[in-house]
Write a protein that binds this ligand. Structure first.
Ligand SMILES: Cc1cc2nc3c(=O)[nH]c(=O)nc-3n(C[C@H](O)[C@H](O)[C@H](O)COP(=O)(O)OP(=O)(O)OC[C@H]3O[C@@H](n4cnc5c(N)ncnc54)[C@H](O)[C@@H]3O)c2cc1C
Length: 430
């Protein structure tokens, strides 16, 4: 048994940190190369608005049996239940709807989703969720007000969860995504707490932008903008968007089926706009505010951050093509658009925000999007193809390499652990 094998990890997000921690525990010499000047990747806790706010991942999705729940417990990181039924809905004119109406609309959405899920589409053909919706509504039309409510409901259910428009999401594979049971919990102090705990004691080199990965007979050589690092093996945790952009050259080129999977899978976009106000002007009780405008391009989904941060902070979510278009726009225009909606919901006398943070995950060269999804034309097998090791030297982890838990922090964590285990088995057999 050779305990001194050297392993390079590309990327210090949750997958990279998980791989590194497990490998270090197994006795390997591990170095992480990270392109940014910070760790955490698509988990990123920002303190500039006076309280910790997550600009990337916020929730532990499904706390029961979730390894991130175990980590939070182990590191004494508090978590807080999110009750998605604490919602206030507003009609297009900004008039609040009674709570009974929310419950009725939820039931209506459930019926439409069931009809979409059970559409007769002969296998293996696929359609988009958008097409599935059109077919259901053609067979069983809804009045305009109900359609507006449905538009919002499906945006929350799918477009913001999967970070893509209904017209871009696979219908056939929309139910293949797996979730841990239990509620969703937010980390009021931010994901940064977990990331810092995971990173403790690891050799992490920041500002090392990987440019080339060279597979050699007996090892790997990784070239960054600072120099060349060699090791026995490497674990690549670079995001799908980075691989799609071809920012890193692999020599020899990656196998054809891996390249095809990288092309076929979708890299979605979810962005956050967080506004800091001098005082809270919205009702304290709801966690979420929804505007049933019916427009595709609308700021219609707001999260009340005050209960978690004890500060007057509001968060607006945007996703898919709308978010993509917004990334090109200056802050002032985006904030103006959000404020126009907030004035409609809460009146013209509300104060202006004195500070804000706007994410632009697509334009971020170290992410090139928010997280992966299955578009029409791809299947979950593509996640497996992306995960497959190359020549026993180069290994792949990261959220887009988990066929059941892609797009999540726990998925990323589990893939890092998976690849560490794989490398340990190779060592133990040799
Ligand atoms: C807005 C948003 C909200 C989200 N909400 C949730 C949520 O509530 N719950 C949840 O479970 N998940 C959520 N996610 C998804 C979750 O954040 C990701 O699935 C997870 O963090 C991905 O981890 P990773 O290690 O696979 O990738 P990353 O965290 O992206 O790590 C990859 C690392 O590689 C680095 N890198 C990239 N290119 C190079 C290069 N050329 N050289 C060197 N380093 C490089 C990056 O800087 C990064 O640090 C959200 C994501 C976003 C963006």
């Amino acid at each position: 048994m050779n305990d001194s094998e050297r392993i390079l990890i590309l990327g210090a997000g949750v997958a990279g940190l998980s791989a590194a921690r497990h490998l270090q525990q197994y006795g390997f010499q591990v170095t992480i190369l990270e392109g940014r000047d910070r760790i955490g990747g698509r988990t990123w806790t920002d303190d500039s608005l006076g309280a910790p706010v997550d600009l990337g991942a916020s929730w532990i999705h499904g706390v029961t049996g979730n390894p991130i729940t175990d980590l939070a417990r182990a590191y004494n990181v508090p978590t807080c239940l999110t009750d998605y039924d604490r919602v206030s809905l507003y009609d297009p004119q900004g008039v609040p709807l009674p709570y009974t109406e929310f419950l009725r609309l939820k039931e209506q959405r459930r019926a439409v989703v069931t009809a979409m899920n059970t559409l007769p589409v002969p296998s293996p053909a696929d359609i988009s969720l958008g097409e599935a919706l059109r077919r259901v509504l053609a067979a069983d039309p809804l009045p305009p007000a109900a359609q507006r409510a449905l538009r919002y409901g499906l945006r929350i259910l799918w477009e913001h969860e999967d970070a893509a428009d209904l017209d871009d999401l696979s219908w056939r594979h929309s139910q293949d995504f797996d979730a841990f049971p239990g509620e969703d919990h937010i980390l009021p102090g931010g994901y940064g707490q977990l990331v810092n705990a995971l990173a403790a004691g690891l050799d992490i080199r920041l500002n090392q932008v990987v440019q080339q990965v060279l597979l050699q007979e007996n090892g790997v050589a990784v070239t960054t903008d600072q120099g060349v690092f060699t090791a026995d093996r490497a674990v690549c945790t670079l995001p799908l968007g980075v691989l799609q952009a071809g920012q890193v050259a692999f020599m020899p080129p990656l196998p054809a089926d891996k390249q095809a999977a990288i092309r076929r899978l979708g890299m979605g976009l979810l962005d956050k706009i967080i506004l800091a106000f001098p005082q809270q002007f919205w009702p304290p009780e709801p966690l979420q505010f929804g505007w049933l405008t019916g427009d595709d391009d609308a700021f219609d989904d707001f999260l009340n951050l005050a209960p978690f941060t004890h500060r007057p902070l509001l968060l607006a979510f945007t996703s898919g093509r709308f978010a993509q278009r917004l990334e090109e726009k200056p802050d002032a225009e985006i904030i103006g658009g959000v404020m126009a909606v907030l004035r409609r919901l809460f009146g013209n006398d509300i104060p202006a925000p004195h500070a804000w943070r706007i994410t632009r995950w697509r334009s971020d060269p170290f992410a090139a999007g928010s997280y992966s999804y299955v578009p029409v034309g791809a299947t979950p097998d593509d996640f497996d193809a992306l995960a497959a090791p190359v020549a026993g030297r180069l290994f792949f982890a990261g959220e887009a390499t988990h066929r059941r838990y892609y797009a999540t922090v726990h998925g990323a964590y589990l893939t890092g652990k998976r690849e560490a285990e794989r490398i340990r088995q190779i060592r133990d057999k040799s």
